[in-house]
Write a new protein. Structure first.
Length: 102
């Protein structure tokens, strides 16, 4: 008889296999499936959106397309950090629409 614990673990590992873009946030490593990443750009002006949820930093205009910018630090309850020359925005595809992660 097969050990179901081993097969569950193998299925979990198999679900995580693939290529990922990794990034650091507050000293922790995170990854996004590479097929979801559309592009990586430098910081640009972000327009605040009144009455938006706290984690929505605002929107940007990228080549005529308005894209929401989600601040993962705010979303995960982490303290804010200063923007540096290493700060970038990751544009990802989420259910058919593009979002940006600073």
């Amino acid at each position: 008889m097969a050990n179901t614990g081993d097969s569950r673990e193998a299925a979990t590992v198999g679900a995580r296999e693939g290529k990922y873009l990794t990034f650091s946030l507050a000293g922790e490593q995170y990854g996004i499936g590479i097929l979801k990443v559309r592009e990586i750009i430098g910081m640009m002006p972000i327009t605040p959106v009144p009455l938006a949820p706290g984690f929505l930093k605002g929107v940007i205009n990228l080549r005529g397309k308005v894209i929401p910018v989600v601040d993962l630090r705010r979303k995960f309850g982490m303290p804010e950090a200063d923007v540096t020359e290493r700060t970038c925005i990751i544009v990802v595809e989420v259910k058919g629409s593009s979002h940006r992660i600073p």
